[in-house]
Design a protein around this ligand. Structure first.
Ligand code: NAG
Length: 927
């Protein structure tokens, strides 16, 4: 929450600026009735069994009934085989009192199923290619195998816990209470013809109603939690389930709080914490040297995840060695959700990149962004008026620093009424926007989901008249408190409301922007300053009569669907850019994310990488953190290092709280300006790599930034490393993220268990690292330790411009770093950087290969796009000899090219001058 003192008082707590979050404003598992209840099963276990004779076999799935042997309540189970070594397990009540919520809109479409083979003996074995699921009847359990290796078990611990819906025992005292009666009568009527099985009461005091601080949750439907354990016999560590300000590798939660997934606006969040943050992506990965698997727990209610791992450290391996015991128990995850059903996707890998792609096949990817969205964004809360915007933009030019996009936070609006402008500060928004676009720049404006309850505001009028707001239990429009004061929240779950919302973005309605203005959706957890845990009460009612409890983590996602549709309708030719804070599985199809309201300190800088690595493997490659920290004032060194780090994260934006000092780069001393400028230029030089990486993300689901284990899965030393990242498999980045250091330890990973590794070339000096393990790399204030993998080719653009959109036709540099065999390869994607024309073939997608002293290109698909760009230089590192010149053959003409020497034996072939869509072969000539 970005909190003014006034608003904080309303929340009921006076925050001490800079003191960090007060954790007591947020629930612990023990303070949450369903978490407390579900976690109890960890000591007692449960007793579920398949009911004999209920098995049905279909071409792609099996179904069977399941019984809770203690209360005899029955469930149906469906296990479905999906294309790509993935199974889907669904468990629901056989005859629920009312339907239970099933998540919609998270998957990119209906997953494609595949044919199964079923063998029945004591167990039921379901085989699909190399994947196999073995269902055990009593106790119920499913073991999953890939290539006959046991990789995942479901319910191996018997922690399945499924609270069936039940009638509330009618105690006389409760009759008096508010809306309970009406709801229960309705339920009784709806189900009067159904015979309910015996149901024992749940003795937890919070089962039927619950209080937290001053907030009451009425719980009209009572206890309805679902929980299940997953264990991973072939794994050594777990990662995933963003968003938490914590390490990449998940930590054991034994004896502490579970990781929480509940979209919340947490004020000044602390690091090294399992507390919930703005986004919830319930996908978890389990990794070991031979196998990687994953589980996507599709549930949009509040969830908690307990993790049990024997963390590999010196002490435990010593203990194991002494006691002679093997690794005791496999890593385990226990998912606990407040409502909904069990809907779990089990992804069997076998390699890390396979699982990431299997997850992308389910929930989709970000589409190729416009190039400007990958360039530098300049934001603050707030740029005050038109003059401020114009002068900040002009200053970037004055100081020769590239900048693509200016951002406007909430103060540009007329009193926080979205789709309007403050007419005094911004009398001529269209002229201001035109001024920016003429410089090749863009504008992004914020549009939040809270709607000011002002009878003179058209949006509020429309929503009130048409019943578009989220409702209270009593059926009234819910009123909360947010930036505009009293506010209501559109029910984006209603398709009619999404259509209405989308139509507001059309230029005939939102007349004061142009089609080049893009959108920032903030506060969409939703943030409600006076609500329980700063969000909406769980007993609010959404479209389809679902409780907010069921869908909370999807609210922001539905908001994004409306915005995305709006921008597509506004201009079908142009790829939308949206930034969101709240997110759920699948939101990556609509928006980029950032890590919210971080703090100007070194720990938050370090967490920007940890958090974005976790988000990237959970679908959100397009991730970044506020440069400089949202709260507080970074000193020169921290700001310099922050720019350097952010230059190698996909979303690259400076942003700051309204109470912070202005921190545009030219406000700092000359040396700091110089360092920041170099970081910006470095980012711009690598834009062709970022752009190609995003194209390949869209094509294959391969994350743009990756943890080391993605490509070095057998190297145990690399598993937990989260202060380094890979950009595809081409760059290894280890930014300086500590104060006052003159060297950093960079880990160069092993490709096998014999300590063989890749060559890595310093991206500035071409100095080669040949060894596996930690190397101490000296750094100056201006140094970003970036290494290019031997065997890769990286496309760059090295001419300096004021914005990326002006670089469209600039020439390319290819940087070729050779592997131990003297080879390298790499791809490049080119199109108009803006429209959807690439989807109908208006593009160039080319693979470069270097071998036997010769560089060749090969087009993937026809090179249809007309580009004026050409290759201006080719850098080759790792040759081991000095060629005298080179010959290039293109269009049937052969020419000689000059060669220049660079540091550390690298050479530069000058001016090949070949167009991007032309076949060529370039040969180096030895003396
Ligand atoms: C647009 O640019 C012109 C020329 O630099 C300037 O005079 C004018 O104030 C700008 N208008 C706005 C609204 O920013």
């Amino acid at each position: 929450m970005r909190c003014s003192l006034f608003v904080c008082l309303i929340v009921g707590a006076v925050f001490n600026y800079g003191a960090g979050v007060d954790p007591s404003n947020f629930k612990t598992c023990e303070q949450s009735s369903f978490c407390r209840r579900s976690r109890k099963v960890q000591s007692s276990g449960s007793k579920y069994a398949l009911i004999r004779g209920t098995l049905n076999t279909y071409t792609d799935s099996v179904t069977a009934d399941l019984i809770n042997k203690e209360n005899h309540h029955q469930f149906t189970l469906k296990l479905e085989a999906l294309v790509g070594s993935t199974f889907r397990l669904q468990i629901d009540e056989k005859q629920p009192l009312r339907p239970r919520y099933r998540v919609e809109h998270a998957l990119k479409g209906k997953p494609e199923t595949t044919r199964i083979r079923v063998e029945e003996s004591d167990e039921l074995t379901i085989t699909v290619g190399k994947s196999k699921a073995v269902i055990h009847g009593d106790p119920f359990r499913i073991d999953f195998y890939e290539d006959d290796v046991h990789v995942v078990s479901v319910n191996a611990k018997n922690w399945l816990y499924f609270e069936h819906l039940r009638q509330k025992a009618q105690a006389p005292a409760e009759q008096a209470e508010g809306g309970d009666q009406a709801h229960q009568q309705q339920d009784q009527q709806d189900n009067s013809d159904m015979v309910q099985p015996a149901s024992e009461p749940i003795d937890d005091p919070g089962a039927w109603e619950e209080n937290f601080k001053s907030h009451h949750d009425s719980k009209p439907y009572g206890p309805e939690a679902v929980a299940l354990d997953f264990s991973f016999p072939a794994a050594e560590m777990l990662f995933g389930i963003p968003e938490h300000a914590d390490a990449f590798q998940l930590k054991s939660t034994s004896g502490t709080e579970p990781y929480r997934l509940y979209n919340l606006d947490v004020f000044e969040y602390i690091v090294d914490s399992k507390m919930a943050l703005y986004g919830s992506v319930p996908v978890l990965y389990a990794h070991g040297p031979q196998r990687t698997a994953g589980v996507y727990w599709q549930n949009s209610a509040e969830s908690w995840v307990d993790i049990y791992t024997t963390e590999s450290n010196v002490v435990s391996s010593l203990v194991n060695f002494v006691s002679g015991s093997r690794k005791s128990t496999p890593p385990l995850a226990h998912f606990i959700s407040e409502s909904g059903i069990v809907d779990a996707f089990i992804m069997l890998g076998p390699k890390p990149m396979d699982v990431f792609k299997q997850y992308a096949a389910l929930t989709g990817t970000h589409e190729l962004p416009q190039l400007f969205a990958l360039a530098y964004h300049q934001s603050r809360w707030n740029y005050n008026d038109e003059r401020d915007v114009t002068s900040v933009s002009a200053k970037f030019d004055e100081y020769n620093m590239p900048m693509d996009t200016m951002w406007l936070d909430i103060e540009y609006t007329d009193g926080k009424r979205y789709f309007t402008w403050d007419k005094f500060k911004f009398p001529e928004p269209l002229t201001m926007i035109k001024n920016l676009t003429e410089l090749g720049r863009h504008l992004v404006v914020i549009i939040d989901p809270h709607i000011k309850r002002d009878n003179a505001y058209f949006f509020h009028q429309d929503c009130t008249e048409n019943g578009y707001y989220v409702k209270t239990r009593e059926g009234n429009d819910y009123e909360g408190w947010c930036w505009p004061g009293s506010a209501s929240y559109p029910d984006f779950f209603n398709p009619v409301v999404r259509d209405y919302y989308a139509s507001q973005y059309s230029l005939s309605k939102f007349k004061t922007v142009s089609k080049d203005v893009m959108i920032w959706n903030d506060m969409n957890e939703p943030s409600v300053f006076n609500g329980p845990e700063v969000t909406a009460p769980k007993d609010l009612v959404h479209y389809g009569n679902w409780e907010h409890r069921d869908v909370h983590n999807l609210y922001g996602h539905m908001h994004l669907m409306g915005t995305f549709a709006g921008l597509k309708q506004r201009d079908p030719q142009q790829r939308p850019f949206i930034l969101t804070r709240a997110h759920f599985a699948g939101s990556q199809r609509y928006a980029a994310i950032w890590t919210g309201d971080n703090f100007a300190d070194w720990a938050h800088l370090q967490h920007s990488i940890k958090m974005c690595l976790t988000e990237a493997v959970a679908g959100f490659s397009f991730c970044g953190a506020d440069i400089g920290g949202f709260f507080g004032n970074p000193d020169n060194e921290l700001l310099e290092r922050w720019y350097q780090t952010a230059a190698f994260l996909p979303f690259f934006r400076a942003h700051a709280h309204i109470d912070t000092k202005r921190r545009e780069p030219w406000l700092f001393p000359e040396r700091t300006r110089h360092v920041i400028k170099n970081a910006l230029l470095k980012r711009y030089s690598y834009l062709p790599l970022w752009y190609t990486s995003f194209y390949e993300l869209e094509q294959t689901g391969a994350p743009v930034i990756r943890p080391l284990l993605a490509h070095y899965p057998v190297d145990k030393e690399a598993f937990a490393i989260d202060n380094q990242l890979l950009v595809q498999q081409r760059l290894l980045v280890r930014p300086v993220m500590q104060q006052g250091v003159s060297k950093v330890d960079v880990y160069f990973p092993a490709i096998d268990d014999k300590k063989n590794g890749d060559y890595w070339y310093d991206a500035d000096t071409y100095q080669r690292q040949e060894r596996v393990g930690y190397e101490s790399i000296p750094v100056t204030d201006d140094k970003i330790p970036v290494f290019q993998r031997g065997g890769s080719i990286v496309p760059k653009k090295e001419r300096q411009r004021r914005s990326s959109t002006l670089m469209l036709n600039d020439p390319y540099t290819l940087v070729i770093c050779l592997d131990r065999q003297g080879k390298a390869a790499g791809t490049l994607f080119i199109d108009d950087e803006k429209s959807y024309a690439y989807r109908t073939g208006e593009s160039i997608y080319v693979s470069y290969e270097f071998a036997n002293n010769q560089l060749t290109n090969r087009f993937i698909g026809k090179p249809h796009f007309k580009s004026d760009a050409w290759i201006e230089r080719i850098v080759i590192a790792g040759l081991g000899y000095a060629p005298i010149d080179a010959t290039i053959t293109a269009n049937g003409i052969t020419q000689k090219l000059e060669i220049e020497q660079r540091s550390n034996g690298a050479i530069v072939v000058r001016k090949p001058a070949v167009k991007m869509n032309v076949d060529f072969a370039l040969k180096l000539n030895a003396a």
